[in-house]
Design a protein around this ligand. Sequence first.
Ligand code: SAM
Length: 213
Amino acid sequence: MGKDKISANENIDAALRLDGDPANVRAFYEDWAANYDLDITLAEYSGPAIAARLLQRHQPDPAARLLDAGCGTGLVGSELHALGYRAIEGFDLSESMAERARASGAYRQVRGGIDMMQAADSYDADSCDAVLSVGVFTLGHVPPQALQVLLGMARPGGLLMVSTRTHYYDQTGFQQIVDQLVAQKRMTLAEAVMNAPYNNDGDGHYWVFRKSG
Ligand SMILES: C[S@@+](CC[C@H](N)C(=O)[O-])C[C@H]1O[C@@H](n2cnc3c(N)ncnc32)[C@H](O)[C@@H]1O
């Protein structure tokens, strides 16, 4: 891999160089949707499988209402469905990605064209047993402030589960936002799995928070 490359995979490298502007991110994923699953499988992406099993450790009820934020092509939903969950919803900024998630059959509803930062306009507050976001808190995608938005949709006592690439964690204010939300007693840390497998470019961290109340 060249020194200036973040990822050996051309599309993953380009994704990590996005600027976080929802219009640009959406356009990028509209183009990548058809090849996304192949690229990330070749990159040995293990985020969805790890996230689903971690969620199960904290919320084993198969009837739990789960919201997969930034569901992409539906890999997280498919892992959850295989574990027995049947009340999974998802949304994504990209309609082409969302269409693939719908086709997976793992979700009872998938909405496309939804920006995570505005998702509170589309989902009721305090309504989900768990909100998950895997592969989205990554460079060029969403700011750590998106945590607050997702937390708002979890019910009191419910869970928020996110993955962060290590370089995202190191280069953004993710930990400061976590510290702020914990200090404000809006959530507690239930579990953090640090430096765990993510893909063949590097590791990731997996976070489970419990909403207060
Ligand atoms: C790397 S993919 C991860 C998809 C899926 N969660 C997975 O693990 O395979 C990132 C996804 O986040 C979506 N995304 C990026 N920014 C977003 C935003 N602001 N709101 C909603 N979705 C967003 C993209 O469209 C893309 O589908």
